[in-house]
Design a protein. Sequence first.
Length: 183
Amino acid sequence: MSVFIYLTPALTALGLHFFVRGERLSPLQWLGVAIAFVGLFLAFAEGFFSGQRTWVGDLCGIIAAILWASTTVLIRATSLSHASATKTLFYQLAVSAILLPIASNLMGERGVVSLSPVALASLAYQGVIVAFASYLAWFWLLTRTPMFGVLCGVVFLGEPLTGHFAVAALLVAAGIVLVNLRR
C-alpha cells in the first residue's frame, strides 16, 4: 500500500505543473514522473497477477494517492499556499469536523449515542494524537525517508519483500527524487 500512497508526489507534481504557474516540470522531472509510474505499474502488476484479489485494495491506494495529491494541489493553487503547515492542517481538520458528521447523518448512521468519559477521552485521543500529531510526524517522515512505509511494513508487519516489489518501490523512490530535484 505504501508504494501506491507514494505515488502522491508524482501526481502532485503533475497537478502543480498544470495549475501553479511557478511549478512547471523540467525534462528531468518529467522523467521522474514516468519512472514513478513505471514503478507503480510493476507494483500493481505483481498484485494483479498473484491470483489473489489484492487489486481492489491496490486501487483504493491509488484513489487515496489521487485524492491526497488533489488536496495538495488545491492548497498550493489557492491562497492557502501562504498559510503555515499547521494552519493548513488545522483548516483540513476543521472542515472534516464539520462535514463528516453531516455525511454520517446523510448515510443514516446513528451517531454518538452517549458522551461517556471513555468516549470523550477517545475523541480527544483521535483528535490530538491521531489526527494532528501523527499527521505532522508523517509529513516530516515523508520529507526525510521516502520509503518509510515500505520499511515499516517489512520490519514491523512481516510483509514479504519480493524482488519484483523491491524494484517497483525503488523505481517509485527514484521517480520521487527526480521530481523533487530543482532545475
